[in-house]
Design a binder for this molecule. Structure first.
Ligand code: PLP
Length: 430
């Protein structure tokens, strides 16, 4: 496959953009080689600057659940653009979008729109801290909640260890207020809570993790966290930036029947435009300025073009429950196809899948937390990634990512992906 135009652009980009990209994972550092520069996309396909075509399994890291260039979203954006691009004043559409979100997401009684998932999580913990009058938060090792300082914290050597900054520039003071526990380890969370009685404002997690690869909550884990938070007056925050509107109309909380106190959203909510949101119980959200004392604002928040795209997306999902049954079928078909190939090739790698999210881990261990995800053979994954790319399948360029399916994938696409996967595995293992 000729990718000389992409390579030339990457060369050029590195002179003017740190690392040549505007978000680190795009640089392909985890898999080696030079990133593909995308020129356009339609339906299940993306096209690069050299004219190569790929079946898409990233879908902009989640937002494009209906595939690329969906007609209704396109029309909504084109119509909104006729009325100018930003007002910095309230609009009818923001009210309609808020009503729609409240009707779709079980935990959300009031919602505030922001411009990214990062803004949503940063704001949510500020509100939780204001509401509880407490400083500390608990997050899980391997969960990603955007690049807010409080979330860029690596786990210490034990669950009770204070966090260490994961990135220069995050102060020790901030890190000290973030406690980390292993995912799916309820007992470790209990110990952290006991050791920090009445100091924990919020517990934030991805109810299904996408950011250490796809990792599912074990039975009882989410229920246990809900119970613990209720007993201890801790605000339970589900970060549904990835899972929201994807694992069900009302996200993972609908799917698992656990209602958090607050929810953070992003990705699908903007239909591909930069949108995030946080919401929750009215008694908590009433702490947000100007209703309450916790300050949070944004010049472009509720941007009319972004709201038009988000509204068209959410209205469609709300009115078409068959989207979710289609994605369930597609996800199960892929996982079954992959498992069949693994068996045929005599490999005992792990496929984690739920609905339209999946990861093929290059490890024979059950992947239930970050340490088990890290037993994967990353060198082999890098080779597999490129073998798939060369077969016209565009995956997330890291072992620690979930793939995201869209409704644009037909049975024919899924068969092609399954065949390419078997072929790529045979190539990298030979
Ligand atoms: N939370 C989760 C679960 C995410 O997956 C991400 C991004 O991937 C974020 C928050 C941050 O969102 P954004 O990249 O829009 O800032």
């Amino acid at each position: 496959m000729n990718r000389t135009a992409s390579q030339a652009l990457f060369e050029r980009a590195q002179h003017f953009i740190p690392g040549g990209v505007n978000s680190p994972v795009r640089a392909f550092r985890a898999v080696g080689g030079s990133p593909v520069f995308i020129k356009s996309a339609k339906g299940a396909y993306v096209y690069d600057e050299d004219g190569n075509e790929y079946i898409e399994l990233i879908n902009s890291w989640g937002p494009m659940i209906l595939g690329h260039g969906h007609e209704l979203i396109h029309e909504a954006v084109a119509e909104a653009a006729q009325h100018s691009f930003s007002f910095g004043a309230p609009t009818r559409r923001e009210v309609e979008v808020a009503e729609l979100i409240v009707s779709m997401v079980p935990s959300v009684e009031k919602v505030r729109m922001v411009n990214s998932g990062t803004e949503a999580t940063m704001s949510a913990i500020r509100v939780a801290r204001g509401f509880t009058g407490r400083d500390k938060i608990i997050k899980f090792e391997g969960c990603y909640h955007g690049h807010g300082d409080s979330f860029l914290i690596a786990a210490g050597s034990g669950a009770a260890t204070f966090g260490q900054p994961d990135s220069p520039g995050v102060t020790r003071g901030v890190a000290n207020d973030t406690l980390t526990a292993p995912y799916n380890d309820l007992e470790a969370v209990r110990q952290l809570v006991d050791a920090n009685k009445n100091h924990i404002a919020a517990l934030i997690l991805e109810p299904v993790v996408g950011n250490m690869g796809c990792v599912l909550p074990e039975p009882g884990f989410l229920q246990g966290l809900r119970k613990l938070c209720d007993e201890e007056g801790i605000v339970l925050i589900f970060d549904e930036v990835m899972t929201g509107f994807r694992l069900a109309r009302g996200g993972a909380q609908e799917r698992f029947g656990i209602t958090p106190d607050m929810t953070t959203m992003g990705k699908i909510i903007g239909g591909g435009m930069p949108v995030g949101a946080y919401g929750g119980k009215a008694e908590i959200m009433n702490w947000v300025s100007p209703a309450g004392p916790v300050y949070q604002a944004g010049t472009l928040s509720g941007n009319p073009i972004a709201m038009a795209a988000g509204q068209a997306m959410l209205q469609y999902l709300n009115a078409h429950p068959e989207v979710y049954s289609q994605l369930e079928t597609a996800g199960s078909k892929l996982a079954a196809g992959f498992n069949k190939s693994l068996q045929k090739l005599g490999l005992d790698y792990t496929v984690n899948q739920i609905g339209s999210m999946y990861t093929l881990f290059f490890t024979n261990q059950t992947v239930k937390d970050f340490p088990s995800a890290k037993t994967s053979d990353l060198v082999l994954f890098g080779k597999y990634f490129h073998a798939m790319l060369n077969r016209g399948i565009y995956l997330g360029p890291s072992q620690f990512e979930s793939m995201f399916l869209s409704t644009a994938l037909t049975d024919k696409h899924l068969d092609l992906i399954i065949a390419a996967n078997e072929d790529a595995l045979s190539e990298v293992l030979s």
